[in-house]
Design a protein around this ligand. Structure first.
Ligand code: XIL
Length: 344
C-alpha cells in the first residue's frame, strides 16, 4: 500500500508516532511499513535487562544495536525500554555472592549487605547501558510497573522491592540522570494509569520523589486498552494531573485488544465487522483526545504496528489470537488506521 497517507506525517504538527519493534522487523516489508508511518521506535524486548546483561558483567548489545542502526538510518527518534522491571530481569541480580536468593535471607546484617549489592548492580547496569545508548535515545523508561495499589504500601512487591524497598526507584533515577546527563528525559512507566487507585498512588509516589529531588521528567502511560474500555477521558484526566506537576506524558505502548480482556474465546479469522468498526471508532476517539491535548501528550507509541506480530497473541488467553493494531496481518491498513488519520 504505497498510495495511502503516512500516519507520522498526518501528526507531524502534533507529536511523533512510534512503534515497538524486534530486530527482525528492521528488514523486509515490515521495515517499509515502519519507515512510512512512524518516526519513533522502541525495542519491544531487546533493551530489557535480561537481553542486555544475561550474565553479570557480560553485556550484549548486538540485537539492540540493529534497532539503533535502523532508527539512525531513517531519522527516527528512539525511546529506551526499560532500565528496571520486575520481569525479564536475570536471576543473578537477586542472588548473593554465595548463590542464595536474597529474598530468602532473614539475617538483618546480611539483608543490609544484599540491599547494597543489589543497588550497586543496578547502578552498574544503568551506567554501562546508558553510556552505550545515550547518543541515540530521546526518552528513557527508567522504571516500569512499580506501582501496584493492591500490594502493601501500593508499591509492587517485586524482588526489587522486597530487597531494597523504595530505594531502588530513587537509585535508578539518580543513576540514569548521572549517566545520561541533564538533558535526558526520564520516565516512570506503568499500565492502567487511568484507574483512580493506580493513578493516585502513582501521583503520590512521583510527588514524593520529586520533593526529594529525584530526577523524573515524565510519566509513560502504557495504554493497553480494549474495544470495551471506558472513554479516553479518564486517561486524559490522569495525564492532566501529572502535567500539573510539571511532568511530560507519553503514550508508550498503545494497542487495543478486540476482546474485553479475557472473557471471550478466539474469533480466529472471523472477526465480526462490527468489532473491527468499533475498534476504529475507539481509536478515533483516543486520537482526537491525544491531538486535543498535545500540550501535555508528547508522543504516541504503539506496541507493534501490524496484527501479524503482537504480544496479545496468546495473552492473556493461551491459544487466542488478537488484532489490536492499525494494520492487519497482511500489513494492510484497517479501518482503525483510517480513523486515526481522520482524527489528525
Ligand atoms: C512484552 C513483549 O511484548 C513480549 O514479547 C514479552 O514476551 C513480554 O513483554 N508491558 C511492558 C512491555 O512494559 O515490556 C511488555 O512487553 C508488554 C506489557
Amino acid at each position: 500500500q504505497t498510495d495511502i497517507p503516512s500516519l507520522a506525517e498526518a501528526y507531524a504538527d502534533d507529536f511523533p508516532i512510534g512503534a515497538a519493534i524486534t530486530p527482525e522487523q528492521t528488514e523486509g516489508p515490515m521495515a517499509e511499513l515502519l519507515k512510512k508511518h512512524v518516526n519513533m521506535l522502541v525495542a519491544e524486548n531487546v533493551m530489557k535487562p535480561m537481553l542486555l546483561q544475561p550474565t553479570e558483567g557480560q553485556f550484549r548489545f548486538g540485537q539492540a544495536d540493529r534497532i539503533v542502526e535502523f532508527a539512525r538510518e531513517n531519522g527516527m527518534q528512539l525511546r529506551f525500554h526499560t532500565l528496571v522491571w520486575h520481569q525479564q530481569t536475570p536471576a543473578w541480580f537477586f542472588h548473593d555472592r554465595e548463590g542464595k536468593r536474597m529474598t530468602d535471607e532473614t539475617d538483618p546484617a546480611k539483608r543490609e549487605e544484599n540491599k547494597k549489592l543489589l543497588l550497586e548492580r543496578l547502578e552498574n547496569h544503568i551506567r554501562v547501558v546508558v553510556e552505550h545508548f545515550k547518543d541515540d535515545i530521546t526518552s528513557w523508561d527508567v522504571v516500569n510497573e512499580v506501582v501496584e495499589p493492591s500490594d502493601p504500601g501500593g508499591l509492587r512487591n517485586s524482588e526489587w522491592y522486597q530487597i531494597a524497598g523504595i530505594d531502588y526507584i530513587e537509585t535508578a533515577f539518580r543513576a540514569a540522570r548521572e549517566a545520561a546527563g541533564p538533558d535526558a528525559k526520564l520516565y516512570i512507566n506503568d499500565y492502567n494509569t487511568n484507574e483512580p487507585a493506580k493513578r493516585d498512588r502513582l501521583y503520590e509516589l512521583v510527588k514524593e520523589l520529586l520533593d526529594r529531588g529525584v530526577p523524573i521528567d515524565g510519566v509513560g502511560h502504557q495504554t493497553h486498552v480494549n474495544v470495551d474500555w471506558p472513554s479516553a477521558d479518564s486517561l486524559i484526566e490522569s495525564m492532566r494531573k501529572f502535567a500539573g506537576l510539571g511532568l511530560d506524558n507519553i503514550v508508550t505502548e498503545m494497542d487495543m485488544s478486540i476482546y474485553a480482556y479475557n472473557n471471550r474465546s478466539d474469533y480466529g479469522d472471523d472477526i465480526p465487522e462490527a468489532v473491527i468498526q468499533k475498534q476504529a471508532d475507539r481509536y478515533r476517539e483516543f486520537f482526537e483526545a491525544f491531538r486535543d491535548n498535545r500540550d501535555f501528550v508528547s508522543a504516541v507509541v504503539f506496541w507493534g504496528i501490524a496484527d501479524s506480530h503482537t504480544w496479545l497473541h496468546d495473552f492473556p488467553v493461551q491459544g487466542r489470537t488478537d488484532a489490536p493494531l492499525l494494520f492487519d496481518r497482511q500489513l494492510q491498513a484497517k479501518p482503525a488506521f483510517w480513523a486515526a488519520i481522520e482524527a489528525a
